[in-house]
Design a protein around this ligand. Structure first.
Ligand code: DGP
Length: 117
């Protein structure tokens, strides 16, 4: 997608602080970190969101989680971490290219959202 910022990062057209790359997956530091470790994992091929995952493209999602486990070890997150996906408007997704947030290096809170009536 020509106007997709994460497609541009995957293509090397926009710089990113990469922590992992292979033929199908890229991981890079979030520019607005919410934890001491905050890495985004994306498929290089454009998938808009979790809502667009199908039997045909879901293999890369499994691979993303394999990579996440590897990165977590490499970045010293032996005590645990959180993987977050925001999907769609209600999920507060701001970049319309599938991505998973790998967050760690501090004790997380739960629930992750303010209570509402
Ligand atoms: P989300 O709200 O789940 O769609 O998260 C999008 C994240 O992407 C947000 O934490 C900020 C990050 N982000 C947006 N643009 C860029 C960029 O150009 N470079 C990097 N490294 N991160 C970006």
């Amino acid at each position: 997608m020509s106007d997709c910022v994460f497609c541009k990062i995957a293509a090397g057209e926009i710089p990113a602080n990469k922590v992992y790359e292979d033929d199908t997956v890229l991981a890079f530091r979030d520019l607005d970190p919410q934890a001491p470790v905050h890495v985004l994992l994306i498929p290089k091929a454009h998938i808009a969101s979790v809502a667009e995952i199908t039997p045909e493209n879901s293999g890369v999602v499994a691979h993303i989680f394999e990579v996440a486990a590897q990165i977590a070890k490499e970045l010293g997150l032996e005590n645990g971490f959180r993987i977050v996906n925001n999907c769609g408007e209600d999920g507060m997704q701001s970049v319309q290219h599938l991505h998973f947030h790998l967050l760690g290096g501090k004790k997380m809170g739960w629930p992750p959202f303010p209570a509402q009536s």
